[in-house]
Design a binder for this molecule. Structure first.
Ligand code: 4NP
Length: 158
């Protein structure tokens, strides 16, 4: 079976979406599903192209045994809508922006991450201006969401 190709998108591609990418990859590996998914992340903004993830995201990932230090920021582009099956925005603003970029007919690949993963119409809030505790909350939210996402993808495949 071809892997499901998932792109996580946030604003800067340095806090939320690279952490989501690392968490989903790690959970998939733990569950023996690594060959069933491919995952990447991108930002709707271009301020952090080529940058490593925010050190607070790197630190919280490391505390949970995940290394995201090698990831680099990039901006989402039209070709991503061909290259990925699912494009999941971290918040509703990301989803709106993705809708403006999507080539005609490919808007159906876009969804809100927690909406798709667990049926909750809820944003993953931007932690950029918050303290370190916000990054632990972010991690917990992403871990729960990615675990539900894997369950949903397993159901979809069976
Ligand atoms: P992210 O957080 O969207 O979770 O990566 C942000 C990082 C940087 C900026 C905004 C949000 N910024 O404006 O530079």
């Amino acid at each position: 079976m071809k892997p499901v190709r998932i792109l996580f998108v946030c604003l800067g591609n340095i806090c939320r979406s690279p952490l989501a990418e690392g968490v989903l990859r790690a959970l998939a590996a733990q569950k023996g599903l690594a060959s069933q998914i491919s995952v990447d992340s991108a930002g709707t903004g271009g301020w952090h192209i080529g940058d490593p993830p925010d050190r607070r995201s790197v630190a919280v990932a490391r505390r949970h045994g995940i290394d995201i230090s090698g990831l680099r920021g990039r901006k989402v582009s039209k070709v991503d809508f061909e290259a990925f099956d699912l494009i999941l925005g971290m918040d509703r603003e990301n989803v709106r922006t993705l809708g403006q970029i999507a080539p005609a007919g490919l808007e159906g690949k876009i969804d809100l991450f927690l909406g798709y993963a667990c049926g909750r119409d809820q944003d993953v809030p931007d932690p950029y201006y918050d303290g370190p505790e916000a990054f632990e909350r972010l991690y917990q939210m992403l871990e729960a969401g990615c675990s539900s996402l894997l369950d949903r993808l397993e159901e979809r495949a069976s």
